[in-house]
Design a protein around this ligand. Sequence first.
Ligand code: GLN
Ligand code: ZN
Length: 785
Amino acid sequence: MVQSANLGFPRIGLKRELKKATEAYWKGEIDYVTLRKTGAELRERHWRLQRDAGIEVIPSNDFSFYDQVLDTTAMVGAIPPRYRTSGAANGGRIASSARTANAYAMMADVAETAEILGSVDLDTYFAMARGSAAAPAMEMTKWFDTNYHYIVPEFYEGQEFRLASRKPIDEFKEAKALDIHTRPVLIGPVTYLSLGKAKSPDLEPLTLLNRLLPVYSEVLADLADAGADWVQIDEPILALDLSDAQREALGVAYQALTRGRVKILLATYFEKLDDNLALAASLPVQGLHVDLVRAPEQLDAVLSVWPRTRVLSLGVVDGRNIWRTDLSQAFKLVEKAIASHGRDNLQIAPSCSLLHAPVDLASETKLDAELKSWLAFAKQKLIEIQALTRAASQCRSAAEAFDASDAAVKSRSGSPRVHDANVAARLAAVTPRDAQRASPYATRHDTQQKRLSLPKFPTTTIGSFPQTEEVRKARAAHRRNELGDTAYDTFLREATEKAIRIQEELDIDVLVHGEFERNDMVEYFGEQLSGFAFTQNAWVQSYGSRYVKPPVIFGDVSRPKPMTVGWSAYAQSLTSRPVKGMLTGPVTILQWSFVRDDQPRSVTCRQIALAIRDEVADLEKVGIGIIQIDEPALREGLPLRRAHWDAYLRWAVECFRLAAGGAADQTQVHTHMCYCEFNDIMPSIAALDADVISIETSRSQMELLEAFSDFRYPNEIGPGVYDIHSPRCPHVHDMTDLIGKARAHLVPEQIWINPDCGLKTRKWEEVLPALKNMVEAAKKMRESA
Ligand code: GLN
Ligand code: ZN
């Protein structure tokens, strides 16, 4: 019979229990016994919830106190040397007096700590994730094309592996004790090595495979002893362009691992298998999971190579979004699979782990009923999977679920809230001319210089100033209606004025208003645009205890009225120096939202671009001469497969240009990007045709600029001269050195001087001396120029 399966459940808890517990543990407010108890409660709750939803194949080891890749690092004992010295672990939590109060309890229970993660104790685990006084944190990066971040494994010369954490086995047993038979989830060895970084020269992580596999075999054997019959091994790299070495490694790995007693379901997701399909089919695993939400078109090919004797898991419910599944549509795929594969070895599942979806729609009490009827969070998705499974087993009781789904699809596709004829008409009328500034950069530069008369090496900042406790408190009080509109407005005006005065005193050339009125660079705009909705509890894990609550773009986007003009105009009225208008770009707004799935992302992005374009026009009208359109997420939107890059970059660049293209020659358009590898998208960055781009370069000591010089970047650049994420105050000479390096790649007329990102996470005590030094560095450069 067809089985219902899940690949992973969000671990954070409906009320963000995991965040609260881990953060309390770090602050020393609770001990690890309490933390561990919260973990166990969440696991039990989620296993029961899945069983109650009728899911037959329930995952275990999908829980994590921080990150599943870090769990794998702990499992295989790949603890970087800097955490192995005594004392290195202690900064995993923040030392505080409350912590000392728990010291006794801590010491008394050392053996129990070890139990959680084998010989990798919890504090070492958190130290790896967050850093300690003795050892900086491991690097973190995005998990494929999601907004989830994992801790990057590190490999060293002479790297050894050993089974150092029995978490997968312990959690399997824990579920078993609750009478729930689970399918443990592991990150596959080839994906694990591929995501890691060699920290010694000439070390190629994949060459460590033979040393790593015995640990996996041991885990599988122990799982078999504990009673597991299946295990889900995730190899999402199968959705990428693979090297020969990776292909070979996959062959070697699964030849070895399938020799054990547990059967392996190999899980792929986020893209179609494409040219890796034959390889996947050739692996001797007993089951394969494919993502049919991202790539429904791959089903035929999969069915043609995957034999009926092996399990096929159909990912037909979107694991990464919040839309209700069109069950009738999804069922067509299921029927097709049944026709060729039969029912016996078929599973119905979400497209990927539900880690990327919020927990439960039922906790949204403020969304209207209609909108709610279009959505499904993790819990609802399980119910959809179960309905599809019942239908696949020709069970009549599924009809009700299908009727409700059909009704939702119909209401959504016909809703005037979703489809705005004016937006459609405007989009249809867009011409290539709209994405083009009136004159080329060189002409614009002269016009702008006449208007702005900026010095050489002009100084500026990226936009935000410290979001102090005071600012956050005022915003929270305003949200709770405890602080009236007028009082809040006065508070923000004062904060803005203070920021302007400070910048004048520091002698910065191009000022910013400070963004005190913004909670978040996407939410602030989304709240003012039509077509967006906001949830109360739709949190998803971004990294560790950091969760985000992305806005939902459900309908055509337009801008009913100006969004930022009041603040920019006010700030400009306070000073004779130019104040930059600050906007978030269309690609970033798209990228950091839950995006509607009923039209291409490119169309939604163009709509947002036109809304931003309107804002640009209104900023110009009140006399704002410089407008920055931030696009920090431009690069992260890149598709997983290179073959799709060009198409994406084409529309992403076009959207930025649509947003900026209406600006007059005399308006200087800036953009900002951070923390990404620019080298491979240089032509697209240049194609944005922003007059000035500010980028992060200080961490890589301007290496990044090589890309800009190799490419001969034509416009102006502000290569961030200091790392705002570091609490250390940069010296003047640090920055003059860096600018000196920049000069090797750029002509002086091109160079702006600014920090590498917004300053909202810093304190004023840190910002003031840093900016003072930055301005001094700029002045030194002018003298020597
Ligand atoms: N203007 C934004 C700020 O200064 C940019 C933030 C970002 O790059 N992520 O905060
Ligand atoms: Zn930034």
